[in-house]
Design a protein around this ligand. Structure first.
Ligand code: SAM
Length: 404
């Protein structure tokens, strides 16, 4: 089947199932479903994008199977083995990502769960090439998320076999270009992560506003905002754009590049760790009208404390805008977790039974509850995600705007 892009009855069952899922979500969400995010958000979630997410979901399960085979687990899986049995010989840190992969493979009907035992059914033949070819027909040239899934599978075995930490394995020089291409506005899969918070921010825009960005990283959010507001001649609305990150290398690169690229935006730069109290970090006395965090707040060790600190940095009526990857259901894996489950900052966080029962990505309901528990009011969703993700399972990102 490898290489075929029109799965028919002879296609691998994974491709047939994928085709059926694509057909089941082939309609287009109504414009009203996007609430305040409007038609621009609707245009972002094209059929190609939704198809790519669904394909990546299946692709991740085949990467996970390939990784389990790379780790020498085929015989144990054929016999049927518990998580404990499969962990034999591996570093303890492997338990969480291994359990996650097993759950994903059960969801995708590639493993059977019999009591505590996981059993491999069918041939152990990951269909990576065929799924790649399929993805290319769904969303041509947009396979960077698949490239990253492959790279993580390739790099991560020593995390299990030698107990090496995930950070240096995944953020090595070899993978840097892939991460840069992924966290980029030209990546249609990632662009909504930046555009939805910008749409939220535009609802709170006012002349003279001061903005603080958390975990600005490679600067894709600041660039999109700068380009967009620059084209509208509205960069002057921003009295200060304070770009922050905990990582000195990101901060230095941003400081070198962003003011030159966007001379009309009044940038300032400072290191800021969202796990430390602002009072210890020289933030100054002035309050911000908006604080933005795109794909960063899920690493807050104590999310309640961080949200409380951020509230203290906002002017009265100011807004915290959180852009996050979202899960429809905390009990089932989503593919993007395959990229992050090896990072301590992602997994080692304090839980809360009401709004953070698990590490990592949360449901939209959890985010609204976390923001309200921290004392924020008027929490708006750009777009209101629950209904969209129930109808379109490939829908996995949203922005929340909460008033201090
Ligand atoms: C997934 S990246 C997102 C980067 C950027 N917002 C984007 O979407 O392109 C996460 C960013 O959060 C930063 N970060 C991680 N832990 C942090 C912390 N404790 N405080 C502040 N920033 C942090 C990382 O250095 C990285 O730049």
């Amino acid at each position: 089947m490898s290489g075929s892009t029109q799965p028919g009855s002879s296609a691998h069952p994974a491709l047939q199932r994928l085709q059926a899922r694509l057909e089941a979500q082939s309609g287009r969400p109504l414009p009203e479903a996007f609430g305040p995010a409007g038609t621009e958000a609707r245009d972002l979630f094209s059929a190609a994008l939704r198809g790519m997410h669904l394909t990546a979901e299946v692709y991740a399960s085949h990467c996970a199977l390939a990784l389990l085979l790379d780790l020498g687990l085929e015989a144990r899986l054929r016999e049927g083995a518990s998580l404990e049995g499969l962990m034999t010989g591996f570093a303890a840190q492997g338990r969480l990502p291994l359990a996650w992969m097993l759950d994903l493979l059960v969801d995708e009907e590639m493993l059977l769960k019999e009591g505590e035992a996981y059993r491999l059914q069918g041939p152990a033949e990951p269909q990576l090439e065929a799924l790649r070819a399929f993805a290319e027909t769904v969303a041509p040239g947009q396979g960077i998320n698949l490239d990253l899934l492959d790279a993580v599978r390739r790099q991560i075995p020593p995390f299990f076999t030698e107990g090496k930490p995930g950070e240096p394995l995944l953020f090595s020089l070899a993978l840097l270009p892939l991460w840069q291409a992924y966290f980029h506005n030209d990546n249609a899969v990632y662009r909504p992560n930046n555009l939805l918070p910008i749409l939220a921010l535009e609802h709170a825009r006012k002349p003279g506003m001061r903005i603080l960005e958390l975990g600005g990283g490679a600067g894709s959010f600041a660039r999109l905002l700068g380009q967009r507001w620059g084209a509208e001649g509205r960069l002057g609305d921003v009295a200060e754009y304070r770009f922050t990150d905990v990582a000195p290398n990101f901060l230095r690169k941003a400081q070198r590049e962003l003011p030159a690229e966007l001379p009309g935006l009044h940038f300032t730069f400072q290191p800021f760790d969202l796990n430390r109290a602002p009072a210890d970090q020289k933030v100054g006395e002035a309050r911000f009208d908006a604080i933005l965090g795109v794909n960063v707040l899920h690493v807050a060790k104590d999310l309640g404390a961080t949200l409380g600190h951020l509230m203290g940095l906002l002017a009265p009526g100011g807004r915290l805008i959180v852009g996050e990857c979202l899960k429809p259901d905390l009990d089932h894996p989503i593919y993007i977790e395959f990229l992050f489950n090896y990072l301590h900052a992602f997994t080692d966080v304090e839980l809360n039974p009401d709004w953070r029962p698990r590490h990592g990505f949360l449901t939209p309901e959890c985010w609204v509850a976390a923001l309200e528990a921290a004392g924020f009011t008027d929490v708006q969703e750009f777009p209101p995600t629950r209904q969209l993700m129930d109808h379109f399972p490939g829908f996995n990102v949203g922005a929340f705007s909460a008033m201090a």
